[in-house]
Design a protein around this ligand. Structure first.
Ligand code: F6R
Length: 356
């Protein structure tokens, strides 16, 4: 009897995992359409009058913060003002009245982001909220702050198009950066053309990663956010650990540690993300690194970005990582949709907050 009951529970878990896989895969594959919708939504928002800003700050957590990291990587070689991604309750001292401050929370209820939003309001800098509702939408509307209101109901990590594009459009409207309209069009076209092909590649990679530790290296500032995204997606969708670092910095510390502890070495897969912007010397460094540490990992995979513009190149490898995370979830029979531990922690924090 007991065995049958267990088998029933197992069976329903496997079915739920498969349903979740289909849902998440549909969301991942839908990124180009989401980017187009996000552009249309953001184009209708009035971000306020054009003026000089000293810096741009993006406050958010997890899936809502990654858009800020992508923005920072993308504009790193164009902008002369810094972009700071604030993943904390407290905003850094660089936030002044001359900052442009985006408070980004898909749910609108993330306490760290709400705290940063309130501080930014007190500092009286230009604040813009990006959210699908919740407390952030309420507070922003009450304060008369521009709100980019997104459609609700998605896991935040599946809303990257919605969470990233409004930041870029805001910077365009405020004449902080050039227009990226054509680059977005290229990225959308590139993903549409290649998504099936990339999915096959993702299936092969997921097989290599199954029961192993992914170690993802960015090799250019442009790709740092992509490596970060690989980590978050592997954590949240596939429910596995993942380690991220960047070259050339890796050559000056982590290089020495590769291969230990020994039991991990044969369980580690090294994934190097490469781009046209990767310095030729950094490519050479990667070659030497791989030659010198051959026994330190099970396998090394080198992935080149595709596309012409930097934006398209970022999204080509980002999309592949999203697909790998979903395919790995399928292989592991875990449901990529729920993030029970994040929800549980938020519940515990809420409860503690109420008791205070
Ligand atoms: C869940 C996810 C998380 C959330 C984070 C912040 O899909 O990606 O990393 O993004 O817990 O919540 P929001 O985005 O609602 O502010």
């Amino acid at each position: 009897m007991r065995l049958d009951a267990n088998a029933g529970i197992q069976g329903s878990k496997v079915r739920a995992a498969l349903d979740g896989y289909r849902q998440m895969l549909t969301l991942v594959l839908g990124l180009p359409e989401q980017i187009e919708q996000a552009r249309a939504i953001a184009d209708r928002v009035d971000y306020g009058s054009v003026r000089r800003f000293d810096n741009v700050v993006v406050a958010g957590m997890g899936g809502s913060a990654i858009g800020g990291s992508v923005l920072r990587g993308l504009l790193g070689s164009e902008l002369t003002l810094p972009i700071i991604v604030c993943r904390d309750y407290v905003v850094p001292a660089i936030v002044t009245r001359r900052s442009l401050f985006f408070a980004v929370s898909y749910s609108g209820n993330t306490e760290e982001t709400l705290s940063a939003f309130e501080q930014a309001r007190r500092i009286r800098c230009r604040v813009i909220a990006v959210t699908s509702g919740g407390r952030l939408a309420e507070l922003a509307q009450r304060a008369g702050v521009p709100v980019v209101l997104l459609s609700a109901g998605l896991p935040p990590r599946a809303a990257l198009g919605y969470l990233f594009v409004p930041l870029l459009v805001g910077l365009e409207q405020l004449r902080i950066c050039r227009s990226y309209r054509q680059d977005l069009v290229e990225a959308v076209g590139l993903i549409r053309k290649n998504r099936r092909l990339w999915l096959n590649r993702a299936r092969v990679l997921a097989r290599v990663l199954d029961s192993r530790l992914p170690v993802v290296y960015s090799t250019s500032r442009l790709l740092d956010a992509v490596a970060e995204r690989w980590q978050c997606q592997l954590n949240e969708n596939a429910k596995v650990m993942c380690h991220v670092n960047a070259l050339p910095e890796q050559n000056h510390n982590e290089l020495v540690g590769i291969g230990a502890p020994r039991f991990l070495a044969q369980r580690t897969v090294l994934i190097a993300l490469l781009d046209a912007a990767t310095h030729t010397r950094t490519r050479l460094r990667l070659k030497h690194l791989l030659e010198m540490t051959r026994t330190g990992y099970y396998r090394a995979v080198q992935l080149e970005s595709q596309g012409r513009s930097e934006l398209a190149r970022i999204f080509s490898l980002l999309m592949l990582g999203d697909m790998v995370s979903v395919e790995l979830a399928r292989r592991r029979h875990v449901n990529p949709m729920p993030v029970a531990r994040i929800d549980e922690l938020k519940r515990r924090m809420d409860w503690a907050g109420r008791k205070r």
